[in-house]
Design a protein around this ligand. Structure first.
Ligand code: ZN
Ligand code: ZN
Length: 285
């Protein structure tokens, strides 16, 4: 069984209102470690560390960091990005194999000098910056949020060490390391999964990263604000595919980061099942 870390932060909004209670039955498992932004004294509880300002300034501009401080969401953004940085570090230390990172604010619209779309800091970029200092060299980011990852592309567009495959709505840029796969509105699960199998899996197998980051958004699910017709179960099949390739190419080092999606009910359905897949628990099968 894989050792899975759950990094939990929840400050506001509707979508995570059922958490962490919805993880009952998962948190007790021996191969699952739970890191919480709000410390309490329960046994076995780890503290989630917010991202440091020093690390922020290695990715984002000073002006942008100052602007985020004025939004009122700075602390929450630090915890959101901090979960991914800490997950990467815990994997590097061998304490866990893979991770699911809850966020209040996502990653992929946060670039070097801009933010937006409910993203302030780019947690994957911060984690990669931190891992590079430890001698890790190759990374893959796969993005199945409905929208284009403009922030991530801004940061890594010219970085030969990062393969970025983004399933969005048009081809923004296509070279060997930056791939946008156009997903039309009204797409079936089968069509979407076929695209992932054809456009992502062979590329990541050839690239051989040491870590895979999955920007998991569920905003392309039926009824969501980016509805492309996907069912909730499509995300579970994605989890199986992405975990399997991580197991094959990089010793299972996979960090799943909660990205877009607003509904409480899909979050409560999908997230525990993705964690079940990551930790190989078999609770839902
Ligand atoms: Zn894209
Ligand atoms: Zn989105």
């Amino acid at each position: 069984m894989k050792k899975t870390g759950i990094f939990f932060t929840y400050f506001q909004g509707e979508r995570l209102r059922d958490f962490p209670q919805a993880l009952a039955g998962i948190l007790e498992k021996e191969n699952v470690s739970y890191y919480d932004a709000v410390y309490d004294s329960r046994d076995g509880l780890y503290y989630l560390t917010p991202a440091s300002e020093e690390l922020l300034l290695e990715v984002h501009s000073q002006d942008m960091v100052q602007e985020v401080k004025l939004t009122g969401n700075y602390e929450s953004a630090l915890y959101s990005a901090g979960g991914t940085v800490q997950a990467a570090d815990e994997i590097w230390q061998g304490k866990i194999d893979n991770a699911f990172v809850f966020t209040s604010f996502g990653d992929h619209h946060a670039g070097r000098n801009f933010y937006g779309g409910m993203c302030y800091f780019n947690g994957a970029a911060l984690a990669i910056t931190s891992l590079k200092k430890r001698g890790i060299e190759r990374f893959t980011i796969v993005d199945t949020d409905c929208h284009h990852a403009d922030g991530t592309r801004d940061i890594f567009g010219y970085d030969d060490d990062v393969l970025h495959v983004c399933f969005c709505h048009q081809d923004y840029q296509d070279n060997h390391r930056n791939v946008d796969v156009r997903i039309p509105y009204h797409t079936s699960d089968e069509e979407y999964l076929t695209q992932v199998k054809q456009e992502f899996i062979p590329r990541v197998e050839a690239f051989k990263p040491e870590y895979i980051f999955w920007e998991f958004g569920y905003d392309a699910t039926q009824g969501e604000y980016g509805d492309k017709g996907l069912t909730r179960d499509c995300h579970l099949k994605l989890a199986q595919l992405i975990k399997a390739v991580a197991d094959r190419v990089c010793h299972g080092r996979l960090i799943t980061i909660l990205c877009g999606g607003s509904g409480r009910s899909p979050a409560t359905y999908i997230i525990p099942r993705i964690i079940d897949c990551l930790a190989e628990l078999g609770i839902y099968h």
